[in-house]
Design a protein around this ligand. Structure first.
Ligand SMILES: [Zn+2]
Length: 410
């Protein structure tokens, strides 16, 4: 009896290899700390590069910033076809207080069916699963129509400069579809929330606290603004259809300070107050329409507080929410793979934050689906861990989806 190409690939994936590679990557700290020459992604990127070269991949290293290299590995099929990218990031967030961890944060300890450590779920586990999956495709000698790529990018946790760099390179521009291997408990996520950060500055007139009648107090104006924020949020929600996976958008004040950028004193009415808003966008809601609503509230606040001037500005470039259709070939390939590997019906979901996939989707216009091992809520917590069973299942799903997506379409 001859086995199918997918069977041949799946037999190449062992729990041992996926676990060992995840553990090895977790043991290399990769928190970025500006000003510390060794605190970056370099060491883990080198480990990924060495591994990919040893497995016979073509490799390109893209120096995004000093000590912060993207590593891209790929396999070219014998036949022409699309490029499928399995995407992950090599940076991790801070471990916080190491004493608060049950296992040391850089241990990569394997215990009770879990791998522990910072980055185990977010997302060295997903990256290791992608690497092993792609290597399995190569070892099985499955003929591909197109290119299978693994992209290990830097700086996802902050400015996403790795993804932004990647989409401007010839390798990045050639990507046709991507699976983003972030921890989503192996749900097929078709939507991702977007984010818009806004600074609202309220300008008044500074004065002595004993003579408030000579001041224009920006703190009172900030109070007026905040009091009407729930009303603004309701208006924003009316402007978009509720997402099945992500629910409704949120407009949340996260910073309030006065004076803005100066020393606070009990007897001084400050000249300025500053608010920051964290706006989470759902698919169909444009950042510009939310900014417009915030501007309207600023004008309203000026009318209610004579003498105050209110300015509104985005703190960084907004990241729009994304959505892909279920009929996209990459989604169908992964859906098929989940059934094939696990025997269960795929669960669809949504990503509560934005990822490198947001950049790939918006800059390249390509379909992305986010799918990876690890509980969605565990990233950035102490005792971060990834279940071995989910990790191995993810690797198998990536491999099966790749074979499916890159098989010849007649
Ligand atoms: Zn992540």
């Amino acid at each position: 009896m001859s086995r199918s190409p997918v069977d041949n690939v799946l037999t190449q994936i062992t729990e041992r290899e996926v676990v060992d590679l995840t553990s090895e990557l977790v043991q290399i700290p990769s928190v970025f700390r500006p000003g510390e020459p060794e605190a970056n992604e370099r060491a883990v990127a080198v480990a990924v590069e060495v591994w990919l070269r040893r497995e016979g991949f073509s490799v390109e290293v893209q120096e995004v910033a000093p000590g912060r290299p993207n590593v891209i590995g790929w396999l070219d099929g014998a036949l022409p076809g699309p490029t499928l990218c399995l995407e992950g990031h090599t940076d991790v967030v801070t471990e916080g207080d190491p004493a608060a961890w049950q296992f040391p944060p850089w241990s990569g300890a394997v215990e009770g069916g879990q791998i522990y450590g910072r980055g185990s779920a977010d997302m060295k586990g997903g990256l290791a699963a992608a690497m092993v999956a792609a290597a399995a495709v190569r070892r099985a000698g499955v003929p591909l129509a197109g290119r299978l790529m693994v992209a290990a990018l830097v700086d996802e946790e902050d400015a996403m400069s790795g993804a932004k760099h990647f989409v401007g390179t010839p390798l990045g521009r050639a990507v046709s579809a991507a699976i983003v291997c972030e921890p989503e408990q192996n749900e097929l996520c078709l939507e991702q929330k977007g984010v818009l950060w806004v600074r609202v500055t309220l300008h008044g007139r500074m004065a002595h606290g004993a003579m408030p009648y000579t001041a224009v107090n920006p703190i009172a104006a900030a109070g007026q603004f905040l009091a009407r924020l729930p009303q603004l949020e309701r208006r924003v929600r009316r402007g978009v259809r509720r997402s099945r996976f992500l629910g409704v958008p949120h407009v949340t004040p996260t910073v309030a300070r006065a004076p803005a950028g100066h020393v606070a004193q009990n007897n001084v009415i400050p000249a300025t107050a500053e608010l920051r808003l964290d706006v989470r966008l759902t698919p169909g809601l444009e950042p510009g329409s939310v900014l417009g609503a915030i501007e309207d509230l600023a004008r309203d606040t000026e009318r209610r507080c004579p003498g105050t001037r209110v300015t509104v500005e985005p703190v960084a470039a907004p990241r729009p929410a994304t959505r892909v259709e279920r009929g996209e070939p990459v989604v169908r390939a992964l859906e098929w793979a989940v059934r094939r590997v696990s025997g269960r019906r795929p669960v669809f979901g949504g990503v509560p934050g934005s990822t490198d996939g947001t950049i790939l989707r918006t800059a390249l216009g390509i379909p992305i689906v986010t799918f990876g091992p690890g509980n969605r809520l565990i990233p950035h917590q102490v005792d971060e861990h990834v279940p071995v069973a989910e990790l191995v299942e993810a690797a198998r799903c990536y491999a099966a989806a790749a074979v499916r997506f890159l098989s010849r379409r007649d």
